[in-house]
Design a protein around this ligand. Structure first.
Ligand code: AMP
Ligand code: MN
Ligand code: MN
Ligand code: MN
Length: 281
């Protein structure tokens, strides 16, 4: 088995390590094939590719696109695309739009429950202001002593119904899949166990994803239990999807699953990197 880790984040989105530091850590952890998948952005791809090369590690380009499906946010990982593709770059730029206004509204919501200056506080953690996210607010609320760690912040302040939660309309599923496909890559449904769809909605997600040309699903990922991985291995077989493996590593202080430190993909599945053999750099 190949130690592939095809999902993680750098300071270009909401990770705390640079692409170079991630490459070094991945290599030290035994990763053989790596992809950096910053949210809605490919601005770190050239650096990641060069860092992988200097570490002697194989590389696939990556991104993680936020889409809205049946009223929920779903993440679509794109792998092995041309990161200079104009339609993809423009689509991602549009997807990033609106994060600034949303962050201001989140801050207003938090101010109403007595937490002042959260927007300015979150900004201190942001590498790229276009990509200000809930993760940056969570880091600030921990620093401010409001909560003991980021999961507690999400639970109390940043999820649906909580004071700092502001829903957002992201890209459409079909657009995200098409941007990735037209740039020569493969689209993968990220961490499927993390959504709270009804069985019918989940079936619709996988069906529509297939119809639009999606080809993979993340089976083994940092936030999946062994049971969840087994369940989505079956879903991959049922829908004829290739399987991906990625830690979703964000930070040494926050992430439970380190780069490359994941269970293997269950047998019988087609690893997504087998479909991307000619895109590996
Ligand atoms: P946003 O794109 O601003 O909605 O923020 C989404 C990001 O928040 C995800 O990419 C994760 O990094 C992080 N996140 C979401 N839910 C949680 C959670 N329950 N605990 C910790 N981090 C989370
Ligand atoms: Mn994230
Ligand atoms: Mn995600
Ligand atoms: Mn992610």
């Amino acid at each position: 088995m190949l130690n592939a880790d095809l999902h993680c984040h750098s300071t270009v989105s909401d990770g705390t390590l640079t692409p170079e530091a991630l490459a070094e850590r991945a290599k030290a952890n035994g990763v053989e094939l790596w992809a950096l998948t910053d949210h809605d952005e490919v601005g770190g791809q050239q650096r990641a590719l060069e860092a992988a090369r200097s570490q002697g590690m194989k590389y696939l380009t990556g991104t993680e696109i936020s889409v809205t499906f049946a009223g929920q946010t779903v993440h679509i990982v794109g792998l092995g695309f041309d990161h200079h593709n104009t339609a993809l770059i423009n689509g991602l730029r549009r997807t990033r739009g609106g994060r600034g206004e949303r962050a201001q509204e989140m801050s207003e919501g938090l101010a109403k429950v007595g937490i002042k200056g959260a927007y300015e506080g979150a900004l201190k953690y942001v590498g790229n202001p276009e990509l200000i996210s809930r993760t940056h607010f969570a880091r600030f609320l921990v620093e401010a002593g409001v909560c003991k760690d980021t999961p507690e912040v999400f639970r109390k302040y940043l999820t649906e119904g909580k004071p700092g939660f502001v829903p957002h309309r992201w890209a459409r599923l079909q657009d995200a899949v098409q941007w990735i496909n037209d740039a020569g890559g493969i689209a993968v449904i990220a961490h499927p166990a993390r959504y709270s769809f009804t069985p019918n909605e989940e079936y619709a997600l996988f069906t529509e994803f297939k119809t639009h040309g999606g080809r993979g699903v993340e089976v083994v990922t940092g936030s999946h239990s062994a049971q969840e991985a087994a369940r989505y291995a079956e879903t991959a077989l049922e829908f004829g999807l290739a399987a991906s493996r990625g830690s979703d590593f964000h930070s040494p202080d926050e992430s439970h699953t380190d780069l490359g430190a994941l269970p293997w993909l269950p047998g019988q599945l087609t690893p997504v990197w087998e479909l991307l053999a000619d895109r590996i750099q």
